[in-house]
Ligand binder design. Structure first.
Ligand code: FAD
Ligand code: UDP
Length: 387
């Protein structure tokens, strides 16, 4: 028996039949945990995913024209966490990339998040940064408390900018009025009184140089990790013995929806490959007020790929389909808490990731959550590793 807790030598997964850990889902949450458990604790890990590929929603692939695209919508990596960035840097090199977004409003393409140029061009003014602060203060509605996504915006920039940039987009994206969503949703998009037109201001902003899928391949390449695709965990959970499960699918599905279905918003993606080198001047153009789609993204901006053609994706929000977005509003948080309380009673299953913890997390937040879960599991599983 190894009492050191850390079994340094890899033991090929199939060598002794069973697995130490069954990881359900090969997205960020599942792949980070599989990698840590295998490489740091020497555990034998089986990763299954019901989809035919690794990477979860961050999966990317080359389309028929040879352009690198994101089948599940544009994924731009950004984080303030050096720990997360350093960790992922073990598996990829990076291409520095700062995302820019324009919003189509009143016949103009204007910087989004709203900044000094947005306001000056929209209203035909020539404000300075200081004057913009005063202007927004005069437009802002004074509220006693900020609870909803509508409150969040009107209390900062007033109703006109809210109506032009947020109300229509949010109603399309979520099928709900901003007044029905937590403030945290629109709080993701700041307002700036300077001319910074980047979508994100995080310390680290970069794309995996060879793509996300290549990065996931490297994470999962450890000899202790076996990957089974096209496999729902329910098909195998009783076939292969395991001691611990890391579950990254929807939490309500795990419990057979016994408290009712948690709402997840979905998207239909329309991909187009176009016979031209460029399509739009920035990575993404948002359409808050027109069309059934919310935004159009041209991948070459994100990937930096040189190619005679270009590939774009239109996002059409819908209720039915793969669960992409947990819907942040009080009644859903309440329903989630019922599932969370059940999850806490299941000692040999860890619930991790955007779907299993019903959190509107970015990729870096999921990586951070998985690394935290690993530290907890290390104490629990490390000592048992070589029993
Ligand atoms: P997922 O990637 O969803 O992985 C879960 C996996 O579990 C899936 O592959 C699924 O097939 C599998 N699974 C589920 N149930 C089962 C089952 N029963 N059996 C087997 N397998 C199962 N984040 C950013 O940081 N930047 C962005 O620009 C960004 N853009 C986004 C754009 C869109 C359109 C969407 C939807 C998300 C975006 N995100 C972005 C968020 C990002 O996708 C997530 O934070 C991250 O991918 C979540 O990883 P995860 O492992 O928790 O979940
Ligand atoms: N949003 C908006 N108008 C925009 C961009 C965003 O109203 O032009 C709101 C909308 O509710 C959206 C939320 O802000 O769902 C968060 O935007 P983000 O770009 O972070 O969404 P994601 O990339 O996660 O889909």
């Amino acid at each position: 028996m190894n009492t050191s807790g850390l079994a340094a030598q890899p033991r090929p997964a199939a060598a002794s039949g069973g697995f130490d850990v069954l990881v359900v889902g090969a997205g960020f949450a599942g792949s980070v945990l599989a990698e840590r458990l295998a490489s740091q604790l020497g555990l034998r890990v089986l990763v299954c995913d019901k989809r035919p590929h690794i990477g979860g929603n961050a999966h990317d692939r080359y389309d028929d024209a040879g352009l690198l695209v994101h089948p599940y919508g544009p994924h731009i990596f950004h984080t303030n966490s050096a720990e997360v960035f350093d960790y992922l840097s073990r598996f990829t090199e990076w291409r520095p990339y700062q995302h820019r977004v324009l919003a189509s409003v009143d016949g103009q393409l204007l910087p989004m998040p709203i900044n000094l140029d947005t306001v000056n061009r929209l209203y035909g003014m020539n404000l300075t940064a200081q004057q913009m602060e005063a202007f927004l203060a005069s437009m802002a509605e004074k509220l006693e408390s900020v609870k909803t996504s509508e409150d969040m915006v009107v209390s900062k920039v007033g109703r006109d900018l809210y109506n032009k940039f947020f109300r229509g987009y949010t109603r399309k994206q979520w099928g709900l009025d901003p007044s029905e969503l937590d403030a945290s949703v629109t709080a993701r998009v700041p307002t700036r009184c300077n001319r910074d037109d980047r979508y994100f201001t995080d310390t680290f902003q970069a794309m995996p140089r060879a793509g996300y899928t290549r990065m996931f391949e490297r994470m999962l390449a450890h000899p202790n990790i076996k990957v089974m695709l096209n496999t729902d965990y329910r098909e195998i959970e009783h076939v292969f013995p395991w001691r611990h499960m890391v579950y990254t699918g929807p939490i309500d599905a795990y419990f057979d929806y016994r408290h009712g279905k948690l709402p997840y918003r979905s998207l239909r993606f329309e991909h187009q490959t176009l016979p031209q080198e460029h399509f739009q001047s920035v990575g993404t153009v948002n359409f808050p007020n027109d069309y059934a789609y919310t935004r159009v993204t041209e991948f070459k901006h994100l990937t930096g790929q040189a190619h005679a053609q270009t590939s774009v994706v239109y996002e059409f929000p819908c209720d039915e389909g793969d669960p992409y977005y947990p819907v942040p509003r009080p009644q859903n948080a309440e329903l989630y808490r019922l599932y969370q309380a059940e999850a806490e009673q299941v000692p040999n299953v860890s619930f991790v990731g955007r779907l299993a913890t019903y959190k509107y997390y970015n990729m870096d937040q999921v990586v951070a959550q998985a690394l935290t879960t690993f530290r907890k599991l290390k104490a629990q599983l490390g000592g048992e590793a070589a029993e």
